[in-house]
Design a binder for this molecule. Structure first.
Ligand SMILES: *[C@@H]1O[C@H](CO)[C@@H](O)[C@H](O)[C@H]1NC(C)=O
Ligand SMILES: *[C@@H]1O[C@H](CO)[C@@H](O)[C@H](O)[C@H]1NC(C)=O
Ligand SMILES: *[C@@H]1O[C@H](CO)[C@@H](O)[C@H](O)[C@H]1NC(C)=O
Ligand SMILES: *[C@@H]1O[C@H](CO)[C@@H](O)[C@H](O)[C@H]1NC(C)=O
Ligand SMILES: *[C@@H]1O[C@H](CO)[C@@H](O)[C@H](O)[C@H]1NC(C)=O
Ligand SMILES: *[C@@H]1O[C@H](CO)[C@@H](O)[C@H](O)[C@H]1NC(C)=O
Ligand SMILES: *[C@@H]1O[C@H](CO)[C@@H](O)[C@H](O)[C@H]1NC(C)=O
Length: 859
């Protein structure tokens, strides 16, 4: 039974395909871990029939469709679009180097710790649209529809497939945000959340984000994937949210910049990137049957912002999510897809559905361009697009112009990435690892393991360090305690979809994963390093025998206790965690194990591999716990990265991408677990702008560790602040700048939120940072805006960060630039970005609460 479950063949069908629930039970030292694998995405029972007769009155063309034509049964409404689709909404009038250069996705601006270039992809899109229009000019309706319709679940080599047509070879879509999924010879990178915590690394903070994107992009291309299904950029609104670790943290600016650099990197590698999940898919419970009700300002300032940055990075595709927004399914949501994404952001690529998230043929009119995997439910053989879309176009319910727009967007994205120029053919079968005809076993790993190790160390956060406990200095001996210090009993790919926890945790679970080629455990990483000092290494991986753990720790020079906390996608349940975490305490008896060791050893060092925050109150202030390392989700080099930080080969500079609270109830929003799958569950985002640290600041709640916090093996001081306005390079739009300075909102127009005048550098903040300690280190200065009270904003909002590596006792000058957009709030009435009334001030500091310098914006 076990060996059968563990065979690679079984992994794929279980991951997404198995229709019948199945349970895997694996015994662990202290009890059994049960993983229930349900049919992949539970179908929503809400009816979604759209009688043709009522649609007919309104749907001769998308441009002229009224908003009142469709009648529905059930709660779904399709607001028919009133937007026309001009193909080239350009955010400004002309590319204008050096600030606004015409940019090809294969040749993005080089990475900078203080980015000032705003790439203009409009000319590249324009060229791609011309080719796409020419290509489909002789296509029949059926052929155009074929470009928009996936071939059906498991009917192709990839997780999603668009069939070939004439000179167009078709498209391969494949997971995940951290690896090429379901293949061998590919790298298992650190998760998005780990890259988010690299917000604090030196000159390569952004450089590491970009490098990770590029390496992933090269691996996807090498495997013949056209469209990578990442990055994922949901917001961590709920601390327990199952998929938070796939994203970049609980702040829109941090997430937006991480997404921006990741997408520039991925597409530089040749693959099309997918910004997902659009939008408000913030928990796994009821993800396909909950309505996230979000006010317009919160939507713009928090949840949609990373998607704007994705569009500005030239992202080729956006994936609409399973959930509803204001009672309308995301893939049917005219306001989100047509108005905000395509009109306001000027998005020229295509919208694809999450797998089975399409609810209607008329979604095409609401802005959906491609349905995935194509069939209505897995293996049903029918489709909302396909024959239905053909009929709707033939019968005049959906305009030919809209179908042309859909097919053009998809083909244009392919030309935009130059995938018509000798792109590798798909050389694996995601559904059958034993298919020796299609699995060519192409090795795409290069030396990416080095980058994995570096990001692993760079994203690790030092939370506590007393009595000079770290870095380790030739300890006589060490004992490693806890199963998270060792390997899993059946290797790193023990659980289908990584849906289980045994050994070091280096990935969450679900479709956002990949297979590990290998996985370095802390035991391996530390032993290899301990050899240099001649230290003795002992270990005990039994989490439940706390008496033994205490005995093992007693009298040793260093006791390292390892624990973790896991989560993932809701189609897999692990130990009662239905995707989302059921609690914020350490797994595997972690708290008791730590306390048992600390009772016996006055140099206890805790290492935590967690998908998100934990409540660590039971032990954080224990006097015998001398150091705590928040090691995150590090990928295949986890043990080496941990050893690098423990021994000071890497001076830690990672910062927390979320708040660690003292109590679960301190978080502003809680997981909703009550409701019935057959009714729509309402989730009102009543906390509005006040997510994570914004809430703790506003409500004056003391967290255990605040957002942006992280220690180093050295110390830094800040001095010599100055802020100066920067002359605009967008001379055509001086009137808009003057109006903005007078407090007027930006105009309603195509691409208006991506306009150059709004995003070009407008103010430059400079200051000096001094390394006051005896070792080299990297500081991550952060800039927080404090809006005037008229703005009703949170007390502090992150709007800049950089990274500076400084030698012992040296001083460096640092610069962070701000745009007009960074200083604006969303005006719901005017539907534009505007400067609030009153003085805008800012702080520079080492976290969201450790401010060192203060200034005013000179406007
Ligand atoms: C774990 O599972 C095994 C095999 O199913 C069973 O014999 C054992 O009693 C279980 N242990 C616990 C603690 O539930
Ligand atoms: C459309 O694609 C399907 C495969 O999904 C193929 O069987 C069919 O022949 C195609 N139709 C046209 C008109 O190209
Ligand atoms: C959802 O409803 C709120 C409150 O009426 C509104 O501000 C917002 O724009 C709506 N969003 C969408 C996508 O319809
Ligand atoms: C068209 O869509 C309906 C659901 O609205 C579905 O039942 C039917 O099978 C689809 N037809 C085709 C040809 O896929
Ligand atoms: C820690 O315990 C050791 C013995 O295990 C002892 O030698 C040492 O002085 C203790 N250190 C402190 C700070 O109490
Ligand atoms: C929290 O969840 C973990 C993982 O399922 C479990 O091991 C632990 O016992 C739970 N803790 C509490 C206090 O319920
Ligand atoms: C700290 O560790 C020492 C052993 O080194 C032990 O005697 C002492 O009781 C521990 N302190 C606490 C508060 O547990």
């Amino acid at each position: 039974m076990l060996s059968k479950l563990l065979s690679p063949l079984c992994i794929i069908p279980f991951v997404l395909g198995a229709p019948a629930p199945s349970a895997v039970t694996l015994s662990t030292p202290g009890g059994n871990v049960t993983a229930t694998i349900l049919g992949p995405y539970s179908p929503v029972t809400t009816s979604s029939s759209f009688p043709l007769t009522s649609a007919a009155s309104s749907a001769t063309s998308s441009a002229s469709a009224s908003t009142s034509g469709a009648s529905t049964t059930g709660v779904i409404t399709i607001p028919l679009s009133s937007y026309s689709f001009t193909p080239y909404p350009t955010p400004t009038l002309n590319p204008r180097p050096p600030i606004y250069p015409a940019t090809d996705p294969l040749n993005p601006p080089s990475v900078s710790s203080d980015p000032q270039v705003v790439p203009d992809f409009a000319p590249a899109w324009s060229a791609a649209y011309q080719k796409a229009k020419y290509l489909i000019s002789d296509y029949t309706i059926e052929e155009k529809v074929n470009i928009t319709t996936g071939v059906g679940w498991a009917k192709g080599l990839c997780i999603g497939n668009i069939p070939p047509n004439k000179n167009f070879p078709g498209l391969c879509l494949e997971d995940s945000p951290l690896a090429v999924r379901s293949v061998d010879y590919a790298t298992a990178f650190p998760a998005g959340i780990h890259v988010g915590s690299t917000q604090v690394i030196f000159d390569w903070n952004r450089a590491l984000m970009r490098a990770r994107g590029l390496a992933l992009g090269q691996e996807f291309k090498g495997k013949g994937v056209n469209i990578a299904l990442g990055p994922m950029m949901n917001m961590g609104r709920i601390a327990q949210g199952g998929r938070n670790w796939e994203g970049f943290g609980a702040d829109p600016f941090l997430t937006g910049e991480s997404a921006y650099e990741t997408i520039l990197g991925l597409q530089n590698g040749g693959v099309q990137a997918t910004a997902k999940h659009f939008i408000n898919n913030e928990q796994e419970h009821f993800r396909a049957s909950e309505s996230s009700n979000v006010d317009d300002r919160t939507q713009h300032e928090i949840y949609a912002h990373p998607f704007l940055r994705s569009v500005m990075a030239g992202v080729s595709s956006v994936m609409c999510s399973y959930n509803l927004i204001n009672e309308t399914y995301a893939c049917n949501n005219d306001k989100m897809l047509n108005d905000i994404l395509k009109r306001e952001y000027g998005f020229q690529g295509f919208v694809q559905s999450d797998w089975q998230a399409t609810k209607s043929t008329l979604s095409a009119v609401a802005g959906l361009d491609m349905t995935m995997p194509g069939d209505i439910t897995f293996d049903s053989g029918d489709s909302y697009f396909g024959g239905n879309l053909t009929d709707y176009v033939n019968d005049g319910y959906i305009s030919m112009a809209r179908l042309d727009d859909m097919a053009t967007r998809i083909i244009a994205a392919w030309y935009f990435l130059h995938q018509d120029e000798a792109y590798p053919a798909t050389n694996f079968n995601a559904f059958n690892s034993k298919d020796e005809v299609n699995n060519k076993h192409v090795n795409v790993q290069a030396d990416h393991y080095k980058l994995v190790r570096e990001i692993g160390a760079a994203g690790t956060v030092l939370l506590k360090n007393e009595n000079g406990a770290l870095p380790l200095n030739k300890p006589r001996n060490l004992v490693l305690i806890g199963s998270d210090a060792g390997p899993g009993k059946f290797g790193p790919n023990e659980f289908p979809g990584q849906g289980g926890s045994d050994g070091v945790l280096a990935m969450g679970w679900g479709s956002g994963t990949g297979d590990f080629p290998y996985l370095i455990s802390p035991l391996e990483g530390i032993q290899e390093r301990a050899r240099q000092d001649g230290s003795s290494v002992f270990w005990d991986f039994d989490d439940w025998n706390t008496a033994l753990a205490g005995n093992m720790a007693y009298g040793e020079a260093v006791a390292l206790v390892f624990t973790n906390s896991d989560s993932g996608e809701g189609y897999i349940t692990v130990n009662g965690n239905n995707g989302d975490r059921k609690n914020l305490t350490a797994w595997h008896n972690g708290d008791d194990l730590i306390l048992a060791v600390a009772a016996q050893n006055n140099n206890t060092i805790v290492v935590v591999n967690s998908v998100g925050p934990l409540i660590i109150e039971p032990w954080i202030e224990h006097p015998n716990i001398t150091a705590v390392i928040w090691a995150g989700i590090q990928g295949q080099e986890a043990g080496n990265a941990i050893a690098d930080v423990l021994y000071g080969a890497y001076n830690p500079s990672g910062r927390l991408p979320y708040t660690i609270a003292k109590d679960v109830v301190d978080y502003p929003a809680q997981l909703v677990t009550k409701g019935s799958g057959s009714n729509i569950v309402t989730i009102d985002y009543t906390e509005g702008l006040f997510i994570d640290y914004r809430h703790f600041d506003q409500a004056n709640i003391m967290p255990r560790f605040e957002f942006g916090f992280g220690l180093s093996y050295t110390t830094f001081t800040y001095s010599d602040l100055s802020v100066t306005p920067i002359q605009s390079s967008d001379t055509d739009q001086e009137d808009l700048i003057t109006a903005w300075e007078d407090g007027k909102a930006s105009p309603i127009a195509e691409g208006s939120s991506a306009a150059l005048w709004l995003h070009e550098p407008a103010f430059q903040v400079t200051f000096e940072v001094t390394n006051t300690g005896p070792v080299s280190g990297t500081e991550i200065p952060q800039l927080y805006i404090h809006h005037p009270s008229s703005a009703s904003e949170p007390p502090s909002v992150l709007k800049g960060f950089t990274n500076v590596e400084i030698s012992p006792y040296d001083i460096k000058q640092v610069s962070i630039t701000l745009s007009r957009y960074d200083l604006s709030i969303w005006d719901v009435i005017a539907q534009g970005w505007r400067k609030p009334d009153g003085q805008i001030s800012f702080s520079i500091g080492a976290s969201s609460r450790d401010f060192r310098l203060q200034g005013d914006i000179p406007i």
